[in-house]
Design a protein around this ligand. Structure first.
Ligand SMILES: [Zn+2]
Length: 142
């Protein structure tokens, strides 16, 4: 978390984040092109409240969709064994991270630094997942 120095737009509510406001900055790497190890970096800015709000929304959606996933026989992704193992590892790490975010929020909703660290980790896992099939489709709603 840091203080806003330059006016920018909140990635969640679309309202401006103004000078002196606290804001959360997130980074997301996306691979551009299969052969070239090019990465494009996306920056996200949120009001602190919006950041917490979108984190909760994601966690809730994932919790709901985990149940759907088991009951509906979704087609398997075409992945090599190595990629599938990597993907399963990332998915496990992802749900672990979401659990830790929820616990951290329950324990102390004002420990923003910790929430930001976990949120950044979640974004990193998501961007790694995009190399091995991406998020399960039902998760990618927002
Ligand atoms: Zn906002």
């Amino acid at each position: 978390m840091k203080k806003c120095k330059k006016k920018s737009k909140c990635s969640y509510c679309g309202e401006p984040v103004t000078n002196g406001d606290y804001m959360v900055v997130g980074k997301l790497w996306k691979k551009v092109g299969a052969e070239h190890a090019m990465h494009r970096v996306y920056y996200f800015r949120w009001h602190v409240d919006c950041w917490v709000e979108q984190g909760k929304k994601r966690a809730d959606e994932v919790a709901e969709n985990t149940i759907d996933m088991r009951s509906s026989g979704r087609p398997r992704l075409e992945l090599s064994d190595t990629d599938r193992a990597e993907r399963n590892k990332l998915l496990a790490r992802r749900s672990m991270t979401i659990m830790r975010i929820r616990r951290a929020q329950e324990a102390n909703p004002y420990d923003i630094d910790r929430l930001v660290r976990l949120g950044t980790k979640l974004h990193q896992i998501d961007s790694l997942l995009s190399n091995v099939g991406g998020l399960p489709r039902s998760w990618a709603k927002n």
